[in-house]
Design a protein around this ligand. Structure first.
Ligand code: HEM
Length: 451
């Protein structure tokens, strides 16, 4: 360890605080709009869809554009907004010597939020969709390009040392985040091309089924899953006390997942399934998720079940990959595919965002403390319970193997809706309360007054 060569001046200190506050305000805006997209356009529409499908006893009973609008709101509106918000916030920590790009940040937020909203409205209402869908995709792409440019300009500065300055080599977790950021850009570009083509030649606001599923695979396995692996590699050794990740295995995991995506674009679904299954297995090994913790987990201000839910989330990742194998071989009604996708998006992605998000976001959004650790537990428990009911009953219901399974599906939807609402309330109230240090000061003042 070495000491800094000089202490920061007062001017540098106040610039750092200004940067930090600007970053906190921006990430709070992204988190709040992400929560909104998750709750109403995402989950509420998902529940509505599932109840409609269960009443009609057929997955084809609803317009495809409603299903796609739900998926877009969850993947890009919710998780995408969280990723961009965290990306901007992390710029304030990079000490790149530049001021925080607040203007660009707010422009990105406005473009992104408008794009997501228009995409959802066009899919659900069908109003002027030939104009709205491509405009929405262009707004999303423009927002991400601006975000990408801001991130690239803020590379960390090497430590001041005599002699030539070596380029710092990114750590493995950082490489995963960089790769998934590039995949995000590629996905939005493909999405834009597909929606422009749909507007010119299509006859409804829904993408053709196969193309849509390939786009969903790219978004989930190309962006969401590697982002989670990257942040897990960074944080789990600290938060859950796990052994440091194995960089080589992590790299191999990523290559397997890319190969899986390529195979799914080539319509080689059994090969894609096998590759993604190996990727899931290797990620569990590389990150030591199911090994014993080697340090005590850091559980201050979170529920003590936090490490357990992290491990459960990887169980969902594995189950999703296992279900994809029979789905690729013989699913004709979409039930196994739906169960596999749900295990991945709700069990793994949402489970991980609920667990890690409630751990880090209060601190990122202005040194706050999570409002309720009990709500954190219930949001995670209900999410897992609802996901279990859904994954178990969807293949049986959709294939008409067990009629009672149609009655379980709406129950699973309501359980997940409750889980999502608890998560949103817990984070929403946390962000509306003053930061922990200000509350302590207020308490001290009132105690002083009382004395
Ligand atoms: C209350 C929770 C949820 C419910 C009730 C729900 C319901 C549904 C339904 C009914 C479908 C149609 C296909 C099928 O039959 O499986 C679907 C598809 C989908 N869901 Fe969900 N979902 C929920 C949560 C989520 C979450 C949290 C995510 C992502 C983070 C997500 C992402 C998707 C995606 C990507 C699709 C595919 C859309 C497409 O075909 O383009 N869902 N969901």
């Amino acid at each position: 360890m070495s000491y800094p060569e000089r202490l920061p001046s007062a001017a540098e200190d106040s610039a750092r605080i200004r940067n930090e506050r600007a970053g906190q305000r921006l990430i709070t805006a992204f988190v709040l709009s992400g929560l909104f997209f998750m709750l109403l356009p995402g989950t509420f529409l998902g529940v509505w869809n599932l109840i409609g499908i269960s009443q009609a006893h057929a997955a084809t009973a609803l317009p495809q554009s409603w299903l796609q609008a739900h998926g877009q709101a969850q993947l890009f509106g919710w998780v995408g907004s969280f990723i961009i918000g965290i990306g901007f916030y992390s710029l304030t920590r990079m000490r790149s010597g530049r001021t925080f790009p607040a203007r660009a940040g707010w422009a990105v937020w406005a473009l992104w939020t408008c794009g997501i909203t228009l995409r959802w409205l066009a899919g659900v209402t069908g109003w002027k969709w030939r104009m709205l869908l491509p405009s929405a995709a262009m707004l999303e792409l423009a927002a991400f390009l601006l975000f990408y440019a801001s991130v690239r300009h803020h590379r960390p500065q090497p430590q001041a040392q005599p002699g030539p300055k070596p380029e710092p080599k990114p750590e493995p977790w950082m490489r995963l985040i960089i790769a998934s950021t590039i995949a995000f850009l590629v996905t939005l570009a493909i999405n834009c091309i597909l929606l422009v083509r749909l507007a010119l030649t299509g006859d409804s606001p829904a993408l053709p089924h196969v193309l849509d599923q390939q786009l969903v695979t790219l978004a989930v396995w190309g962006i969401l899953v590697p982002t989670i692996w990257g942040f897990n590699a960074r944080w789990l050794p600290v938060f859950a006390g796990l052994e440091k990740p194995d960089s080589r295995q992590l790299f191999a995991t990523y290559l397997l997942s890319v190969a899986g995506i390529v195979a799914s674009f080539l319509n080689r679904l059994p090969v894609a399934g096998a590759l993604l299954l190996f990727a899931a297995l290797l990620s569990i090994r590389a990150l030591h998720v199911w090994d014993r913790s080697i340090h005590p987990p850091k559980l201050l201000n979170v529920h003590r079940s936090f490490p357990l839910f992290i491990r459960i989330a990887y169980g969902w990742l594995l189950l999703s990959s296992l279900l994809a194998l029979p789905a690729a071989a013989f699913d004709r009604t979409g039930g196994l595919w739906g169960a596999s996708r749900h295990a991945l998006t709700v069990g793994f992605v949402a489970g991980m965002v609920f667990a890690i998000g409630q751990r880090v976001l209060p601190a990122f959004c202005g040194m706050r403390v999570l409002w309720s650790v009990r709500l954190m537990f219930w949001s995670l428990a209900l999410l897992s319970g609802g996901c279990l009911l859904r994954v178990a009953s969807e293949p049986l219901a959709y294939a008409h193997l067990w009629p009672f399974a149609w009655k379980i599906l709406p129950v699973s939807a309501v359980m997940e809706l409750t889980a999502v609402s608890l998560f949103a309330v817990n984070l929403g109230v946390t962000l509306c309360r003053p930061p922990a240090h200000l509350r302590r000061e207020t308490n001290l003042v009132s105690l002083g007054g009382a004395a």
